[in-house]
Design a protein around this ligand. Structure first.
Ligand SMILES: Nc1ncnc2c1ncn2[C@@H]1O[C@H](COP(=O)(O)OP(=O)(O)OP(=O)(O)O)[C@@H](O)[C@H]1O
Ligand SMILES: [Mg+2]
Length: 333
């Protein structure tokens, strides 16, 4: 089954063609046009600017993805598009484009939950995953634990009660005047810092549920920063390393506990924060020590892309395309 997938939920315009055959994915093409440079001066994504740039980029990105796949749109079996969650004006650009293509070429259309894209992203290269599995999704807007009984039967078992992990990385970077997006900058600085220099809290690490909280950790960094008269590079490195360690410890600890409780065979990791080296390495190590298999996709499939939207669409049924709506608050139930 050949799928043309389109993603425009935030500030990346992306398109990909994937082939799902005999339970294996082949990525025929993947194009991502990032708007990071456009939003950098504002310290975050400006929704209106994002939507305007999606309008400019979307057809060239789709044309390039189709061209690089060696196919024509006529040859694809279905079109997939992110229907939510995300910025509504950004979502509408992708969705309306996908609807127009589905109508013009007479193709079935799948509206995909972006978070399911992150959940299914590890399947693209690790074709076979022993189930049941627990999936940790950590991104700019979400931090969730998903239980996959089968590939078609999944439910949310925990989530952040306040900030997402990626949001905390971005806010701590802003507190230290490091620029945007903060996650990659913090993780780079942290490599030269001492993770024990500051004793930041690890919120909810021992709570009985599988929920997370990162607002308190971010506030603890704020109070620490306020008390320091002159913040030099070494202090920045130490704060970054101590913050990162606290956040990663909570994520890893809760994920292992969830996998144990749900008797999972495999742990998977997806979402933009899954690009974090310490998180990837710590979760891989703890998964192995506790007898779980572990899969996370390469970094280009962790941050937003359309390949993962195509992967999620392989497990969905097409619905009446006129009924697919952009839903900024779409959830995994
Ligand atoms: N190396 C890294 N370490 C920590 N965080 C990172 C790293 N690389 C990226 N991030 C964070 O990942 C987030 C972006 O992830 P992603 O693109 O999946 O989010 P999003 O699509 O905006 O949100 P969502 O998927 O929840 O809708 C940002 O918060 C960014 O700082
Ligand atoms: Mg995302």
């Amino acid at each position: 089954m050949k799928i043309l997938a389109i993603e425009s939920s935030c500030d990346e315009t992306a398109a990909a063609v994937v082939d799902y055959k005999s339970k294996k994915f082949t990525v025929l093409s993947s194009v991502v046009s990032s708007q990071i440079e456009i939003h950098k001066p504002y310290g975050g994504v400006v929704p209106e600017l994002a939507a305007r740039n999606h309008i400019v980029n979307i057809m060239p990105v789709i044309s390039q993805a189709v061209k690089r796949s060696g196919l024509s749109i006529k040859k694809v079996d279905r079109i997939a598009v992110t229907a939510g969650p995300g910025l509504v004006t950004s979502l509408i650009v992708g969705l309306q484009t996908a609807k127009s293509l589905a109508y013009a070429f007479g193709k079935p259309l799948i509206g995909v939950n972006h978070l399911l894209g992150h959940v299914y992203s590890p399947l693209v290269l690790n074709q076979k995953i022993d189930l049941p599995a627990v999936s940790l999704i950590v991104s700019g807007g979400h931090t969730e634990l998903i239980f996959l009984k089968t590939l078609n039967n999944l439910k949310k078992i925990g989530q952040t009660v306040d900030d997402a992990a990626g949001e905390a990385f971005d806010k701590v970077a802003a507190l230290l005047n490091l620029g945007y997006p903060g996650g990659p900058i913090i993780s780079q600085l942290a490599q030269k810092g001492d993770s024990k220099a500051y004793n930041f809290p690890q919120p909810m690490i021992n709570s009985a549920d599988f929920n997370f909280s990162f607002a308190g950790l971010k506030t603890a960094v704020l109070y620490t920063v306020k008390k320091i008269e002159k913040i030099d590079q070494k202090i920045k490195q130490n704060i970054a390393a101590s913050f990162q360690q606290a956040a990663v410890d909570v994520l890893v600890n809760k994920t292992i506990k969830a996998a144990q409780k749900y008797q999972a065979k495999t742990i998977t990791l997806g979402g933009g924060v899954a690009a974090n080296k310490l998180l990837r390495e710590s979760l891989a190590k703890q998964a192995e020590l506790n007898g779980f298999k572990f899969f996370t996709p390469p970094i280009n499939l962790c941050t937003d892309n359309a390949v993962m939207i195509g992967a999620a669409a392989a497990f969905a049924k097409p619905s009446n395309w006129q009924k697919i709506k952009a839903d900024p608050n779409l959830e995994i139930k």
